[in-house]
Design a protein around this ligand. Structure first.
Ligand code: AHR
Length: 350
């Protein structure tokens, strides 16, 4: 009898151990699949839809932060108004999103609302343009282009071109169509031109705001042509402005192209994503484009994954970019940088 009782107790113990092992194995698997399935809620405030670059950027973000990729994305288009973006950020905070992604229109005016996000403990990723805030801890990290470098590369190309053609710097008469004033893209590209004007001694006729749009590019180019009859270079701060400017130049009965010694007006610009601009580049209507890469979606996705893994990403994440041109002779440009001079390749498109 006693022997039977001992055997029964042993069997009971073994059964209990096996159930315990099974249930801990189940709970680990359950845990794994729960963490695999974790949906990350992201509020994305896009500044607007002014250009083809912007459309490509929005598309890239929506694709990368999709439901299939494990995200619940709340997307808000700021319609080119900072006030709308601030409202969107406040809404994201109220909704207690896991992350805020902000593509800011202009650099200033963000301290307050980013402070609110910080207080709510929501990490903020800045994408494309930068924010100028007193405390850089108000955002977690940034990913985008080096706009000042883009400006340096494009002006180095103009210099290489005029030297190649033997054109005196004083004979380079530039109309400057700027992007949205106060945006990092405008600030960097404008600085690039202004520094080069001083360095090489070019004749800068004037600067007008084209707001990164085709319509404004056309309008301000028409104004330039009414005011000056010696323009031979148009420095547009994006491709949409360039397309508008080309329309205006042709509508005024003038020719667009790199043969400025024979009366053509040379157009240069930034971006390289717009298919019309790519075509114009091949035709020589745009002579050089400094690439600005809009495909930030996968980059933002990677930053969020890093943060989700409890790691700290780099604070500033620069995208590598090139120059596109249909002028075959210039294959490389040299740019002054803080560490000395650096060479950049030019991709020839024909
Ligand atoms: O901030 C990037 C700039 O904004 C792009 O060059 C321009 O096309 C866009 O609107």
């Amino acid at each position: 009898m006693r022997k039977n009782a001992i055997i029964a107790t042993i069997l009971l113990l073994l059964a209990t151990i096996s159930v315990a092992c099974r249930s801990s194995a189940v709970s680990e698997t359950e845990q794994e699949s729960t963490s695999e399935k974790k949906i990350v809620t992201v509020g994305f405030s896009q500044l607007g839809a002014e250009s083809d670059w912007r459309s490509a950027n929005t598309e890239s973000m929506l694709t990368a932060l999709s439901q299939e990729n494990g995200f619940n994305l709340i997307y808000k288009n700021g319609q080119q108004k900072q006030a709308n973006q601030v409202t969107a950020l406040r809404m994201f905070i109220q909704q207690e999103v896991d992350y805020i992604v902000l593509a800011p229109e202009t650099e200033t005016g963000w301290d307050f609302v980013l402070g609110e996000a910080k207080e709510a403990g929501i990490p903020v990723i800045i994408v494309d343009r930068r924010v100028a805030v007193d405390d850089s801890n108000l955002y977690t990290c940034w990913v985008g282009s080096d706009f000042a470098l883009e400006g340096k590369k494009l002006t180095a190309w103009i210099n290489a071109f005029t030297e190649l053609k033997g054109i005196d710097p004083g004979e380079v008469h530039i109309a400057h169509i700027q992007g949205t004033l106060g945006s990092t893209a405008q600030i960097g590209r404008t600085r690039g031109l202004n520094d080069a004007v001083k360095k090489y001694g070019w004749d800068l006729l004037g600067a007008k705001n084209g707001d990164f749009t085709e319509v404004r590019g056309r309008e301000v180019m028409a104004e330039f042509l009414r005011e000056y009859n010696n323009i031979n270079v148009v420095y547009c701060e994006n491709d949409n402005e360039a397309i508008g400017a080309i329309d205006a130049i042709e509508a005024a009965g003038k020719r667009v192209g790199p043969d400025i010694a024979n009366g053509e007006i040379m157009v240069v610009s930034f971006d390289g994503i717009n298919t019309d601009a790519q075509q114009y580049l091949k035709e020589g209507k745009i002579s050089c484009i400094a690439e600005c890469n809009p495909l930030h979606g996968p980059r933002v996705q990677a930053l969020i994954k890093t943060l989700e893994a409890g790691e700290t990403p780099e604070k500033y994440n620069y995208v590598q970019e090139t120059l596109f041109s249909s002028v075959p002779e210039i294959k490389v440009v040299t740019v002054d940088e803080s560490e000395g001079t650096k060479e950049y390749q030019v991709e020839i498109k024909r």
